[in-house]
Design a protein around this ligand. Structure first.
Ligand SMILES: Nc1ncnc2c1ncn2[C@@H]1O[C@H](COP(=O)(O)OP(=O)(O)OP(=O)(O)O)[C@@H](O)[C@H]1O
Ligand SMILES: [Mg+2]
Length: 225
């Protein structure tokens, strides 16, 4: 057995206190095998974003243990969590989150700039990634000059730039029409193979679920496989 890249044990996350408290995660436990694509499915308000955020280090669990690529992230301080987000975990958001004044190529290269990757290596990596997501011909266009599906492809390329171990995508096709969404999902499926990354993707799309190696269902903060 290979060691899981994500290990979640007995995780709770509650917002607020007293009678109005929202139990967004209740005793959540599961593992993710490296190199797989896992779909996280559940109704609005079921806890998908909360779960992805505690795994990605954007939020903290109240109780339980969480390890990512062998690191117990509940023990990390803010600097440690920033390093985790810079080096091991990459995010793709529903709203793409690209920087409007930068070209597609500059957006993809941004994490490499942050990591002080030498310019020549950066350019090579950006070219390879834009090619991988089928946007080589659009490298110089700014986000507003790209379609929604193209913007999400740029966001996926950017997420992959610094070679993360784990890619977290929170409803990455939520703002796209069904057909464009499916092509973005197929792309994600492809990069799991070609980049050897592990992907954790929340979705409402049954087609997406079919592309995943495994589907985890969440309702009212509890997991059901
Ligand atoms: N920062 C917060 N403060 C208070 N309550 C929160 C906060 N974040 C989430 N919640 C609550 O936790 C529950 C789970 O929310 P979450 O965003 O994880 O759901 P979701 O499954 O991602 O929903 P959607 O499909 O609509 O994105 C909801 O009841 C939500 O109102
Ligand atoms: Mg959500």
């Amino acid at each position: 057995m290979t060691k899981p890249i994500v290990e979640v044990r007995g995780v709770h996350r509650t917002f607020g206190a007293g009678p109005t408290a929202v139990h967004a995660l209740r005793d959540v436990s599961f593992d993710v095998e490296p190199g797989t694509m896992v779909a996280l499915v559940g109704r609005s308000g079921s806890g998908k974003t909360t779960l992805l955020n505690v795994i990605g280090g954007l939020d903290r669990a109240d109780r339980g243990s969480l390890s990512v690529d062998g690191t117990d992230i509940t023990r990390l301080d803010e600097d440690g969590l920033s390093r985790l987000r810079r080096e091991k975990v990459a995010y793709v958001f529903q709203t793409f989150g690209l920087i409007p004044v930068l070209s597609a190529a500059e957006n993809v290269g941004a994490p490499l700039r942050l990591a002080r990757t030498p310019a020549a290596d950066r350019e090579k990596r950006v070219e390879l990634l834009l090619d991988l997501v089928g946007l080589a011909a659009h490298a110089e266009q700014r986000p507003a000059e790209l379609s929604g599906g193209q913007q999400q492809r740029v966001a996926i390329a950017r997420a992959l730039a610094a070679s993360p171990r784990l890619l977290i995508a929170d409803e990455p096709t939520g703002q796209l029409d069904a057909e464009t969404g499916r092509s973005v999902m197929a792309l994600l499926r492809g990069v799991v193979e070609s980049e050897g990354v592990t992907a954790l993707v929340s979705t409402h799309d049954p087609v997406m679920m079919a592309l995943a190696d495994r589907v985890i269902r969440i309702s009212d903060g509890r997991l059901h496989e």
